[in-house]
Design a binder for this molecule. Structure first.
Ligand code: DSN
Length: 442
């Protein structure tokens, strides 16, 4: 029975989301639209199977087809990233990173990663995460100009002799200095893990330096610029095997049985499909356009008077510093842009003067819009809309006092609901966005 008839309530919500995804512009840099083929693999009967173990070494019968599928995904990952070992089973990025800790660290070991409010990831040692509580986290920071403070990285590494150093972030707009990190790791005897979740598709596309020659371990999600299903991989490089010949087995044991049970075979299949898509020449062209669009959007936003962290971007992402109009304004901008169908996320900026929940910036990126075929002229249009939205909400300031803040936020939400220019803009965005096909939907 079709889902529409089988579960109309759920179907209606799904339809609303389908509409939201096609009638707005997705600018969250960690999101993308997968192909119809990836969706087909993801929604397949493989979800019915249990497959604890690895190809040829399972704890359940009936895995001959799943073995073939998982081997395909592994081989494609190895070929694309030029690594000798790939584990494609982690459920998502955070479990992939925890597998790295479980494979090579003991509780209490010093570890280094980019500080969360400076753009780093929760799992790289932030204090509310297991990574910052079971291990002794020594975070490094970005300088006021937004670039990684490499003098600090050297100083902290020499002082604390970390077991593991992470390079990778969720809000960093410049090329990662993988080679420099490998020098630091070598000098202090640390493992060097590159978390390329955000930029994996750019690495494959040749528009961001690859960490393969420098890192011992590479982790990545598969659903961001890589344009696959929600999932992740942990890869071990030749360098990693030179440092520790057992590293691949340690990673595999950490993923299963260390942290996980049965792999999600439907996700493994969809990862294999996405990796095959990433091997095609069109994917290189896509990755290059993602970066061109990000640079065009950066230029257009700056021309509209926005201030960007580091003054631009090298990758798919932009970080807008809204402090010239007051601290903590990320929430106003995110919600007002949502109102007109432009989806971004509020984000901290270097030296954040407010708080992570009420940060002073917004983060945006071009992977999803580029998948829909948007190009440089469309980036200019988006920047114009963003500038108008900024000007419409310029009178709202975020109070420090909680009750006062709630009052202002209520007033703000009521104001953007009835602002005639924003209502009109919602229709403009809707009509315009519908002209760009969404894979898997149109
Ligand atoms: N949630 C991801 C992102 O948006 O960058 C990081 O885990």
């Amino acid at each position: 029975m079709p889902l529409r008839e089988h579960d109309p309530e759920l179907y209606a919500a799904l339809e609303r989301e389908r509409q939201r995804q096609s009638e707005g512009v997705e600018l969250i840099p960690s999101e993308n639209y997968v192909s119809g083929s990836v969706l087909e693999a993801m929604g397949s009967i493989l979800t019915n199977k249990y497959s604890e173990g690895y190809p040829g070494r399972r704890y359940y019968g009936g895995n001959e087809n799943v073995d073939d599928i998982e081997r395909l995904a592994q081989e494609r990952a190895k070929q694309l990233f030029g690594v000798p070992h790939a584990n494609v089973q982690p459920y998502s990025g955070s479990p992939a990173n925890f597998a790295v800790y479980f494979a090579i660290c003991q509780p209490g070991d010093p570890i280094m990663g980019q500080n969360l409010p400076d753009g780093g990831h929760l799992t790289h040692g932030w204090n509310v995460s297991v990574s910052g509580t079971y291990y002794r986290s020594v975070p490094y920071h970005v300088k006021p100009d937004g670039y990684i403070d490499f003098d600090e990285v050297w100083r902290l590494a020499r002082e604390h002799r970390p077991r593991l150093i992470w390079c990778g972030a969720t809000a960093y707009v410049r090329e990662f200095p993988f080679e420099d990190f490998s020098k630091v790791a070598d000098e202090v005897g640390a493992y060097f893990a590159a978390d390329i979740a955000h930029i994996a598709g750019l690495v494959i596309g040749g528009v961001h330096k690859s960490p393969t020659l420098y890192a011992h371990i590479i982790t990545t999600t598969t659903h961001k610029t890589l344009r696959g299903p929600r999932g992740a991989m942990v890869m071990v490089t030749e360098r990693g095997l030179q440092k520790d010949p057992d590293l691949a087995q340690k990673i595999d044991r950490a993923v299963f049985p260390g942290l996980q049970g049965g792999p999600h075979d439907h996700t493994t299949a969809a990862i294999a499909v996405a990796l095959s898509e990433a091997m095609r020449p069109e994917f290189k062209a896509y990755a290059a356009q993602v970066v061109r669009n990000a640079k065009a959007l950066a230029e257009a936003l700056m021309a509209q008077g926005f201030r960007l962290v580091t003054g631009g971007t090298d990758n798919h992402m932009l970080l807008v510093d809204l402090t010239p109009t007051g601290p903590g304004r990320g929430i106003f901008m995110q919600e007002a842009l949502d109102r007109v169908g432009l989806t971004v996320n509020k984000n901290t900026i270097p030296g954040e003067p407010s708080s992570p929940f009420y940060p002073s910036g917004i983060r945006l990126g071009t992977p999803a819009a580029t998948t829909r075929g948007m190009r440089e002229p469309e980036m200019e249009r988006i920047a114009e809309w963003m500038a108008t939205v900024r000007d419409r909400i310029a009178s709202f300031e975020l109070p420090k006092d909680r009750d006062e803040r709630n009052r202002v936020l209520s007033e703000f939400r009521a104001a953007i609901e009835k602002d005639q220019r924003l209502i009109q803009m919602r229709e403009e965005v809707r009509e315009w966005a519908k002209g760009f096909l969404v894979p898997g939907i149109n």
